[in-house]
Design a protein around this ligand. Structure first.
Ligand SMILES: Nc1ncnc2c1ncn2[C@@H]1O[C@H](COP(=O)(O)OP(=O)(O)OP(=O)(O)O)[C@@H](O)[C@H]1O
Length: 535
């Protein structure tokens, strides 16, 4: 172990002590009455912050948040508290208000205590990442429920702030100006609508962020406490689901006929090796058998998947195509264990996806979400990339190594200290991929990886995926672009209305009838262009 690693390890083992000392210190501030000692503690805390790299500005910016909460108390305390009169104020509307010395001292004491507590908490929180802070709390045996709640509240606050920022930008972009302030009924109406929509959007995004957290090994209990509850799992009328749906005709071309997988899968062939703390799959072969899924829906249930059969071999490059609403996202959420099958089966090697195995499956199948903002929620890029490996329970040195190599793989080492919101969309996308690569999954799934990327950004992502594939990883991309599928994939799967329309090599993309029926060809000119290219 080199000196740097040794120091890193020591820092890690003392972090919980620092947290415990700070908490005891904060609790004992209430016992200190002397104003001089409290002032000295405040100055001492600011100096400590200065020497540990936390600027006075940062501490003051946290204290400013308290002003509205404390102001009224601090102003009224000296006038209400009984004691020796220090000063008398005669109000313009009549009446005398007596300011007592004891009241003034009480107010000062309260203000100083709060300032010392907030300053010490700021110094503590700024000198370690949020995940390290929560890890330290876990080591101190703070109840897991309390910590989960605190973590989720913090994330929700960030999501909320982020959504508010976006909506306010969108409002300004459409020429909105606040004339007359809150007294203007139009402004009040806009604000009311804004708040309502903000709530809904923030909840929606919070759900997607939570899914992204689960996909990277987060557990609602503890990273070592066993499987978490997958978010979608409900009862289903299987018979109804199988019969109820009109399936699109499957194209009877030899090259994309399904291989039947009706034989029972033997659990004896399931082999686990060891790598880090986690078990590894023997090969990473993915199988889907008769998979169906129905969303409850608010008006009527939606059958998103119907009797899907698939077998994907390790190392394949698979393009998952289909029009909007075909069921691609629902399928890939099953493949990475975010949705538990209601009917049918998903298997990796001989490990069948159930509530109990969902977490294990997610260690082997990484999902890069379509919108990187759903996935990046930590304070810095490095923290975000570390999120998955930390959930795997890896030692800190290993986590650091993984962060470094994952960021290097996406050419993102220079982004490590940036906050995700400071990045361009393409950079965010690369960092989101790094966050999944850091978990070293056998199978990498990407939902619309090219969405909103400029051509150079697309090239960069393709290069990253090519490198991953060369290292033996299976890559599955959900896309709409048939040209991309043709040039990149060695296997093409087409979904339509939740059913498997075609499955085979890229030759199936030469079948215009098939592409048209799957709504993958936009117009006749494109059809002609493709015809010429094929000729
Ligand atoms: N949470 C949900 N509740 C109800 N219905 C849903 C939900 N999510 C998806 N659906 C429905 O399930 C079907 C499949 O949706 P899915 O998102 O899987 O399709 P997709 O192929 O990924 O679409 P896109 O290309 O637009 O992302 C659609 O009809 C959709 O309306």
């Amino acid at each position: 172990m080199n000196r740097q690693q040794h120091l890193g390890k020591n820092r890690n083992s003392y972090r919980h002590v620092a947290v415990a000392v700070t908490f005891v210190f904060i609790a004992s501030i209430g016992l200190i009455e002397n104003l001089y000692i409290l002032t000295a503690l405040l100055l001492g805390m600011w100096s400590l912050g200065f020497f540990s790299g936390v600027g006075l500005r940062t501490i003051l910016s946290r204290l400013v948040w308290l002003v509205p909460f404390l102001a009224l108390t601090l102003l009224l305390f000296p006038f209400w508290y009984p004691g020796e009169t220090f000063w008398v104020w005669t109000a313009p509307w009549g009446g005398n208000f007596q300011l007592s010395l004891e009241g003034l001292q009480k107010a000062l004491r309260l203000g100083l205590r709060v300032a010392v507590a907030v300053s010490s908490l700021t110094v503590l929180m700024e000198s370690m990442s949020r995940s390290q802070f929560f890890q330290a709390l876990r080591r101190l045996r703070i109840p897991a429920l309390f910590l989960q709640l605190a973590e989720l509240i913090l994330r929700y606050v960030e999501v909320f702030r982020d959504e508010a920022r976006r909506m306010s930008r969108a409002r300004k972009a459409r020429g909105y100006e606040e004339k007359g302030g809150i007294l203007n009924p139009h402004v009040r109406a806009v604000y009311a609508g804004f708040l309502g929509t903000l709530m809904l959007r923030a909840m929606d995004r919070a759900e997607r962020v939570y899914l992204a957290m689960l996909a990277r090994g987060y557990s609602a209990t503890d990273s070592t406490d066993g499987p978490s509850q997958p978010p979608f799992d409900g009862p289903i009328d299987r018979e109804h689901l199988a019969m109820d749906r009109a399936k699109p005709d499957k194209f009877k071309l030899d090259q994309f006929e399904l291989e039947e997988t009706t034989e029972p899968l033997s659990d004896s062939t399931w082999r686990l090796g060891q790598k880090g703390e986690g078990s590894r799959l023997a090969t990473g072969r993915l199988q889907v058998k008769n998979l169906s899924y129905r969303y409850p829906g608010s008006n009527r249930p939606v059958d998103a998947l119907c009797q899907i059969q698939l077998k994907i071999e390790p190392g394949q490059k698979v393009a998952l195509l289909g029009p909007n609403g075909a069921g691609k996202s629902t399928l890939i959420h099953h493949l990475c264990g975010l949705i538990i099958p209601q009917s049918g089966e998903v298997r990796i090697d001989d490990l069948s996806l159930t509530r109990d195995t969902a977490r294990e499956i997610r260690r082997h199948v990484g999902l890069v979400f379509q919108d990187p903002d759903d996935q990046l929620f930590c304070g810095t890029v490095a923290e975000d990339v570390a999120f998955g490996p930390q959930n795997l329970g890896l030692p800190e040195e290993e986590v650091e190594k993984r962060v470094e190599s994952a960021l290097a793989a996406v050419q993102g080492l220079d982004l490590a200290r940036y906050a995700p919101h400071q990045l361009s969309y393409g950079q965010k996308k690369r960092v989101a991929i790094a966050g999944v690569l850091a978990m070293d999954p056998d199978i990498l799934i990407l939902d619309e990886p090219m969405a909103y990327l400029d051509p150079q950004g697309q090239d960069e992502v393709m290069q990253i995926l090519q490198d991953c594939n060369c290292r033996g990883k299976t890559i599955i991309m959900a896309i709409h672009d048939i040209d991309l599928a043709e040039s990149w994939a060695d296997r093409v799967i087409i979904l339509q209305d939740g059913a498997l329309l075609a499955d085979g090599g890229t030759e199936i993309l030469e079948n215009e009838k098939l592409l048209q029926s799957a709504r993958l060809l936009s117009n006749f000119s494109q059809l002609r262009k493709r015809k010429q290219a094929i000729e």
